[in-house]
Design a protein around this ligand. Structure first.
Ligand code: PLP
Length: 392
C-alpha cells in the first residue's frame, strides 16, 4: 500500500535499528556485546513496582485526564521547585507517554508549516524527524570537538532567520554526554532573552551528571522561564524507560494545545505508569546518588579503556551514559571508507554493537553507551582495540 508523503519523508530511528540487529545476532547465539543501549541497565527500583501494584489493587486502572493525574503534576511541580528553583502552576504541566511523545505533541501543537527549529549537532535522532512530521524545518547547527559539541551565541546567530521559532537544547546531551556549565548557559540566555525564540530544553538526563551540576536555562530570568519549555521524565532518572512517562513544564497555552491533541490521539498516558512515576518522585533521592556513583565509575573506566584505542580522539563526557569518540582517523587507518562501514565491520567481526554518529548528524563519531557492567564494557573496548590493531 502507498505510504503518505509525511511518512516517506522521515528516517526510521537508527538507534532502535542497531539494537534490533544486535538482538538478532544474540538470538542466533552470537556473543554480542552491545554498547548501543539508550537506557539504564538496572531494573526499576522495587519500591516503585510495589507502589504501582498497590495503586492497581486500589483501582487505578481507568482513564485519567488527558494531561495526567493531579497528584503526579503536583509531584512534578515540587520537583521543579526543589531541583531547578522554578515555580509552575498545574495548568503549566502536561504529562505524556514518555518524553518522546511529549516532544512530538509539543512540535505538533506549536509549529506551523515552514517554521524553523534550530537543532545543534550531534542531536538525538528523533528531533529532526519530529519537526518534519509537524511540517517544520529543522535547521542544523553543526558543532564538533572544537566547542566541546556545544553551541555559542555566535553559532546561533549565524542560523537565525525571520522564520526561526525554536531552539533545541539538550543538556546533558545524548549522544555527546556534554553538560553545559552555568557560564555557558548564562551567555546563551543573555543572547536568547533579546529574542522571541522558544527554547525546548530536553533535560531528560538531568540527574546523570558527574562533574558539575545540571542547571536549567529557564532558571536564569523570568523572560527565559516564559520562553522555555522544559521536557523531562522518569525514563533515565529512575530506570523506567518501559513505563513511558514524560512531561513538559511551561506556557499554559502550549499545555492546553498539547492536551487537546492528546485527547484525540493517545488520551492519558497509562494510568498505572503515572502512579509509578509518582512513586518515583516520592522516593528517597539517595537512590539516585548510588545510581550516579555506579555510572561515574563506569564512565571513568570506559574513558580510560577507550583512550587506549589508537587514532581516536574523545572529549571526556560529563553526563548521561555515552562516550562520543571521533573515529574518522581510526576508520581511515583501518582502510574503511568512513565510520559507518567501520561500525558495521566491528559488529560483524568482533561482535560489538555501537551506534554510528551519522544518525546524530556527526558522521565522524561513534556513540558508545556505558550502561552495562564494567566487565562487559572492558571486554567490548578490548575487542575494538584489537580489531583496530589488526586492521591498521
Ligand atoms: N530525549 C533524549 C535526548 C533521549 O535520549 C530520549 C530517549 O532516548 C528521550 C528524549 C525520550 O525519552 P522517553 O523514554 O521518556 O521517551
Amino acid at each position: 500500500m502507498e505510504l503518505s508523503q509525511r511518512i516517506k519523508n522521515i528516517t526510521p530511528s537508527q538507534t532502535l535499528a542497531i539494537t534490533a540487529k544486535s538482538r538478532d545476532l544474540k538470538a542466533q547465539g552470537v556473543d554480542v556485546i552491545s554498547l548501543s543501549a539508550g537506557e539504564p541497565d538496572f531494573n526499576t527500583p522495587d519500591e516503585i513496582i510495589e507502589k504501582t501494584y498497590e495503586a492497581l489493587k486500589a483501582g487505578q486502572t481507568k482513564y485519567t485526564s488527558a494531561s495526567g493525574i493531579t497528584e503526579l503534576k503536583e509531584a512534578i511541580i515540587e520537583k521543579m521547585k526543589r531541583d531547578n528553583g522554578l515555580d509552575y502552576e498545574l495548568s503549566e504541566v502536561f504529562v505524556g507517554t514518555g518524553a518522546k511523545h511529549v516532544l512530538y505533541n509539543l512540535f505538533q501543537a506549536t509549529l506551523d508549516p515552514g517554521d524553523e527549529v534550530l537543532i545543534p549537532t550531534p542531536y538525538w535522532v528523533s528531533y529532526t524527524e519530529q519537526v518534519k512530521l509537524a511540517e517544520g524545518n529543522p535547521v542544523i547547527m553543526e558543532t564538533d570537538e572544537s566547542t566541546s559539541f556545544k553551541i555559542t551565541p555566535e553559532i546561533i546567530d549565524r542560523h537565525v532567520t525571520d522564520r526561526t521559532r525554536m531552539l533545541l537544547l539538550n543538556s546533558p546531551s545524548n549522544p555527546s554526554g556534554m553538560v553545559y556549565t552555568e557560564e555557558e548557559l548564562r551567555s546563551l540566555a543573555e543572547y536568547l532573552e533579546k529574542t522571541d525564540i522558544v527554547v525546548v530544553a530536553d533535560e531528560i538526563y538531568e540527574t546523570l551528571v558527574y562533574d558539575h551540576p545540571h542547571i536549567s536555562i529557564a532558571s536564569f530570568s523570568d523572560k527565559m522561564k516564559s520562553n522555555t519549555l522544559i521536557v523531562n521524565g522518569v525514563s533515565k532518572s529512575h530506570s523506567m524507560t518501559g513505563w513511558r512517562i514524560g512531561y513538559v513544564c511551561g506556557d499554559s497555552d502550549v499545555v492546553k494545545g498539547m492536551t487537546a491533541l492528546s485527547s484525540h490521539s493517545t488520551s492519558n498516558p497509562a494510568t498505572p505508569s503515572q502512579w509509578a512515576a509518582l512513586a518515583a518522585y516520592n522516593m528517597d533521592p539517595s537512590y539516585l546518588e548510588e545510581y550516579n556513583r555506579t555510572f561515574k565509575e563506569r564512565r571513568d573506566k570506559a574513558y580510560e579503556n577507550l583512550m587506549e584505542i589508537p587514532y581516536i580522539d574523545c572529549i571526556k563526557p560529563e553526563g548521561a551514559f555515552y562516550l562520543f569518540p571521533n573515529f574518522a582517523e581510526c576508520a581511515r587507518q583501518c582502510g574503511f571508507d568512513g565510520v559507518d562501514a567501520f561500525v558495521e565491520a566491528v559488529l560483524e567481526e568482533v561482535h560489538v554493537a555501537a551506534v554510528p554518529g551519522s544518525g546524530f548528524g556527526s558522521p565522524d563519531n561513534i556513540r558508545l553507551s556505558y550502561s552495562l557492567s564494567i566487565e562487559d564494557m572492558t571486554e567490548a573496548l578490548d575487542r575494538i582495540r584489537k580489531f583496530v590493531e589488526q586492521h591498521s
